[in-house]
Design a protein around this ligand. Structure first.
Ligand code: PGA
Length: 253
C-alpha cells in the first residue's frame, strides 16, 4: 500500500512569522495524523523555524529547489546538504515555474534529483505538459521524456522507492482553477508508472508515490485519490490557509 501524500507548495508566500502562525493554527490531530504523509514546502527563509516547531509532529518540511553541489562558488544558491542540516527532509525539484522562469531543465533536474537521493532528501520531481503541448497532442511524449531524462542514471530500488516522489502537474492547470479531468490525470500518472516500471522493476514502480498537482483542493482531493494511480496532491493555493490544508488531509482519511 502506498501511503498518501499531501504536500503544500507555498511558492513565494509567507514570512517566517507567518509560517509559524500557520502551523500554530493547525490542530493537534492534524499535526499528528499518521495515515497521510504531510509536507510543507516553504520558502528557504521559513524552513529552519518550521522544522524546529514541527519536529516531533508528523508534518515534514520541504524546500522548493536546491543546487546539486554541497558548497562552493555558486552565488545565491542553497545546497541540499544545507537543507538537511536545518531539518528539512523533502525538496521539490523541477517545478514548472522553475523550468519556465529560472532555466531548470531535464538535465539540471536530473543532477538535482541524483544529489537529493544521495544525501537522503526526498525529491518531489515535477513533470507536466504546457497547454500548447497538450493541444498539439504531445502530452504523453513530453511527460515520458521528462521522466526518462530526469531519471537517467538514477537508481531507485525497493529500499528507496518510498523516499522518492513524482508529481504530475499539467502546467495549464496550475493556479488557473482548471483541474485536469480526474480520469485523464490518472491516465497520465499510470503512463508515468509504466515508464518507471521499464526503468526499474514493477515492484519498485508500484511503491513510488505519484502525486497530481494543478488546482487540487479540498473539494476534489478525495476523487483524485480514489483513482488507481494517484497517490496524493502537490498543492499550491489551497495549502496556504491552515483550514484548507487541514481539510485536504481530513478529506482523504
Ligand atoms: P496550484 O499549484 O495548486 O495553486 O494550482 C500547484 C503547484 O504549482 O504545485
Amino acid at each position: 500500500m502506498r501511503k498518501p501524500v499531501i504536500a503544500g507548495n507555498w511558492k513565494m508566500n509567507k514570512t517566517p512569522d507567518e509560517a509559524v502562525d500557520f502551523v500554530e493554527k493547525l490542530s493537534f490531530s492534524i499535526r499528528n495524523e499518521k495515515k497521510v504523509e504531510m509536507v510543507i514546502c516553504a520558502p528557504f527563509l521559513c524552513l529552519e523555524r518550521l522544522s524546529n516547531i514541527l519536529s516531533g509532529t508528523n508534518i515534514a518540511t520541504g524546500a522548493q529547489n536546491m543546487y546539486w553541489e554541497n558548497s562552493g562558488a555558486f552565488t545565491g544558491e542553497i545546497s541540499g546538504t544545507m537543507l538537511k542540516a536545518i531539518g528539512c527532509s523533502h525538496v521539490i525539484i523541477g517545478h514548472s515555474e522553475r523550468r519556465q522562469f529560472f532555466g531548470d531543465n531535464d538535465i539540471s533536474v536530473n543532477m538535482k534529483v541524483k544529489k537529493a537521493l544521495e544525501i537522503g532528501l526526498v525529491p518531489i520531481m515535477c513533470v507536466g505538459e504546457t497547454l500548447a503541448e497538450r493541444e498539439a497532442g504531445s502530452t504523453d511524449q513530453i511527460v515520458v521524456s521528462q521522466i526518462e531524462t530526469g531519471l537517467s542514471g538514477i537508481k531507485v530500488n525497493q529500499g528507496s522507492a518510498e523516499k522518492f516522489i513524482i508529481a504530475y502537474e499539467p502546467v495549464w492547470a496550475i493556479g488557473t482553477g482548471k483541474t485536469c479531468d480526474t480520469s485523464e490525470a490518472n491516465r497520465v500518472i499510470s503512463l508515468i508508472r509504466n515508464t518507471l516500471a521499464r526503468q526499474y522493476q514493477n515492484e519498485v514502480a508500484g511503491n513510488i508515490r505519484i502525486l497530481y498537482g494543478g488546482s487540487a483542493k479540498p473539494e476534489n482531493i478525495r476523487e483524485l485519490l480514489a483513482t488507481s494511480d494517484i497517490d496524493g496532491g502537490l498543492i499550491g493555493g489551497a495549502s496556504l490557509e491552515p483550514s484548507s490544508f487541514s481539510k485536504l488531509v481530513e478529506n482523504i482519511l
